[in-house]
Design a protein around this ligand. Structure first.
Ligand code: ATP
Length: 463
């Protein structure tokens, strides 16, 4: 029986699977770890790359109206004044005077069923008197800017402060004219970018869900103001469809429209795509109608005219509809969605030695390894044929060669990391020049001629 566990400890099981099987490691682990930073292991980097490539393919390569960009992480500090980040990109913070723990004041209020008024929260309400951990006294609320600062050049003074970008979007806005001029594009047009962003989050947590260094996949779509609502609705649907097309369970996804009181001051409309995690419904991606805020502000602060001129010679600031997703959050949600426990094991013929077997039933596009090549024994002539099979397959797909343990165990190991196909080379293979291909999902096995393997997999997998 296949069951997806609903229990809360799925997160701890996933964290431990991620470590054991080379997906995600705690950063700086041998030094005791660095809180909220993670490293992607050999399988994790493949998975995350596949997520990013699927996004790039759908957002850039399969469209004629969207182009790509890779802007610098450190940018002119005035950009963050124009964007409002220097002034507004902060969270309300309280510290416990006794245990020294630090909390987000809005989170503490929400936990007590009180809707925090984020815009005006300056005075401390009585619900924020005591520390929830040790009942110690909490400090006054102070606004804490989430941008990481560093210094450029040899002198560490105010004039040399630069910020690690807290979002990739600003790199797109400040390159709007460069892209427009160099690519001879017309509205509506999109610019997409994947890259690192940094936020000094007060309360990071839930594994890679909220970290201080993360990767974003952002697309900014520049449109005529009159068309912004239409494109907002279009992008909302297209972005949801992307997750569904990559196999996410519809039941685990929903839209959450932002109420008027939640909207950023410049935003006309905002909707989140949320995923049902073991720690509750959580934002995976935001789709926003940002109006003309970004281009008009950067025009004002840079003294450059970032208006668009249409065919009739009319000048105006395009509105921006953005689809802003997290590559790490996406990867985590794809992992959670694929995580499946099978009580009593999957095989109907042999008894499992484990009470529960785990499999990751990723969409094939996302699987870190597409094909495992498994020689039945270590005998030289079998190894030779297996090596030849591996050589030809790995020209097209990422493969793994595994020759240790019983074949059943090796199948389980591949199920556990989500490999869709296993190719077994046995003694008969030397005679009939065929191999056994096992399908992860159906567990069916097919005998395929070695010379037909490439075509077989071309029909099953994309290169
Ligand atoms: P949240 O409310 O969860 O802090 P946000 O609304 O501030 O997120 P945006 O600024 O809209 O997030 O960023 C776009 C996307 O970037 C998010 O939907 C998320 O996928 C990702 N993201 C934002 N902050 C983090 C973080 N600290 N760690 C990992 N991913 C993040």
């Amino acid at each position: 029986m296949v069951k997806t566990p609903k229990d809360n400890d799925i997160m701890s099981k996933l964290v431990s699977l991620a470590k054991q099987r080379g997906f995600i490691f705690q950063s700086s682990e041998i030094y005791g770890g660095l809180n909220s930073f993670y490293d992607y292991g050999p399988l994790g980097v493949e998975l995350k790359n596949n997520v990013k490539q699927a996004w790039w393919k759908s957002m850039v390569h399969s469209r004629k109206d969207v182009v790509g960009l890779d802007s610098a992480i450190l940018m002119h500090p005035k950009i963050w004044e124009a964007s409002g980040h220097v002034q507004n990109f902060s969270d309300p913070l309280v510290d416990c005077k006794k245990c020294k723990r630090r909390f987000r004041a809005d989170h503490l209020l929400e936990a007590q069923g009180i809707k925090p008024d984020l815009g005006t929260m300056k005075d401390k309400p009585k619900e924020l008197e005591k520390c929830p951990e040790c009942s110690g006294e909490l400090t006054e609320i102070r606004q804490f800017n989430l941008m990481f600062k560093t210094f450029m050049g040899p002198v560490e003074d105010d004039a040399s402060v630069v910020y690690l970008r807290p979002e990739t979007a600003q790199g797109i806005y400040v390159n709007f004219l460069n892209v427009l001029d160099s690519m001879r594009l017309k509205l509506p047009l999109g610019i997409a970018q994947i890259g690192k962003a940094f936020r000094n989050e007060i309360t990071p947590g839930n594994f890679t869900f909220r970290t201080r260094e993360f990767e974003q996949m952002e697309m900014q779509y520049f449109v005529h103001p009159k068309e912004a609502n239409k494109f907002f609705d279009d992008w909302k649907e297209q972005r949801m469809q992307w997750y569904l097309d990559l196999g996410m369970n519809k039941k685990n996804l929903r839209f959450r429209e932002h109420g008027k009181d939640e909207l950023a001051h410049y935003a006309k409309k905002a909707v989140d795509i949320e995923y049902k995690t073991p720690f509750g419904w959580s934002e995976l991606e935001g789709i926003h109608n940002r109006g003309d805020w970004d281009l008009s502000r950067h025009s004002e602060f840079s003294d450059q005219d970032l208006k668009y001129t249409d065919d009739a010679g009319k000048k105006f600031y395009p509105y921006i509809v953005e689809a802003s997703a997290g590559a790490d959050r996406g990867t985590l949600m794809f992992l959670l969605d694929a995580y499946t426990e099978v009580a009593g094991g999957r095989s109907t013929t042999t008894k499992s030695i484990k009470e529960v077997e785990v499999m990751l039933n990723f969409d094939k596009v996302l699987s870190p390894i597409k094909i495992a090549v498994l020689p039945l024994s270590k005998k030289p002539d079998l190894e030779k044929t297996s090596q030849q099979v591996l050589d030809s397959l790995q020209q097209n797909w990422h493969c793994q060669y595994d020759q240790t343990g019983s074949i059943g165990k090796r199948y389980r190991r591949q199920d556990e990391i989500g490999t869709p196909y296993c190719v077994t080379i046995d003694f008969e293979s030397l005679e009939d020049k065929s191999v056994t291909v096992r399908d992860r999902d159906t567990m069916e096995q097919e005998r395929i001629k070695i010379e037909e393997l490439l075509d077989y997999f071309k029909s099953k997998l994309k290169s």
